[in-house]
Design a protein around this ligand. Structure first.
Ligand SMILES: [Fe+2]
Ligand SMILES: [Fe+2]
Length: 233
């Protein structure tokens, strides 16, 4: 599996991981205070996320469980926003560059644009479901855990099951490998033109991003939420 270092300089990793917090706000919509060079986020958690970006084999998930579920949730939510408002538009911009350079008639461009539009729809829907169902449910659990026994009971929504949600929570990053196949199918042995190279790089990076994101969702957030649900029961 490719790692971050294949795409960018390690010294930029910190910037990449932290830039998603720049527009981050708390659950009341208030922007987080910037603290020195940090961004209102636990520096130890940032450190651990950086480790995950460098290598996710044998990653010690239990180390992440010492942070509050709220911190993990805030991180994942900031990441969603980062994909929707920054990463997807950047990739689309690259497609526009390819379009300007090669024109509409280029067969590879047509395939890529078609593939990517389709992919974007799926990714947005994946994020929408998490933001609509899973995350608010977990926020309710968190709130309830701070309140009275009565409030605790009403938080447990019998119509929503974390386990069922997770069963339907399929990986969204694997399909992105299709992009490099599409490009090499058309370019054959010829060197890949630069605009396509840039596009492929951005897509490969998004693939890596989504893989790390899914690890935190599936192996950190969900077990913590199930644990919290059990405690409230
Ligand atoms: Fe997500
Ligand atoms: Fe997800």
């Amino acid at each position: 599996m490719s790692e971050l270092n294949d795409f960018i300089d390690t010294s930029k990793v910190y910037q990449i991981v932290t830039e998603r917090f720049e527009a981050m706000s708390d659950s009341n919509g208030k922007p987080f205070q910037k603290m020195g060079n940090s961004i209102g986020m636990n520096p130890e958690l940032i450190e651990l996320i950086l480790d995950l970006y460098n290598n996710d084999e044998d990653f010690p998930f239990e180390k992440m469980q010492k942070f509050s579920i709220e911190e993990i949730l805030n991180y994942l939510q900031a990441t969603h926003r980062y994909y929707l408002t920054k990463k997807l538009p950047e990739i689309e911009q690259s497609l526009v560059h390819i379009f300007i350079k090669y024109g509409q008639s280029h067969q590879l461009l047509a395939s890529l644009a078609y593939f990517f539009n389709d992919y974007k729809t799926n990714l947005i829907e994946h994020i929408r479901l998490e933001e609509r169902d899973l995350f608010p449910y977990i926020r309710t659990l968190i709130e309830a855990s701070k309140e009275s026994a009565e409030a605790k009971k009403t938080a447990l929504n019998p119509d929503f099951s974390i386990k069922k949600f997770i069963e339907a929570h399929t990986p969204i990053e694997d399909e992105l490998e299709e992009v490099s196949k599409l490009i090499s199918r058309y370019s054959g042995n010829d060197p890949m033109p630069l605009p396509y190279k840039i596009f492929l790089n951005q897509v490969s990076f998004l693939e890596l991003e989504l893989r790390k994101h899914a690890i935190i969702e599936d192996y950190v957030l969900v077990p913590m939420a199930i644990e919290l649900e059990k405690r409230l029961n």
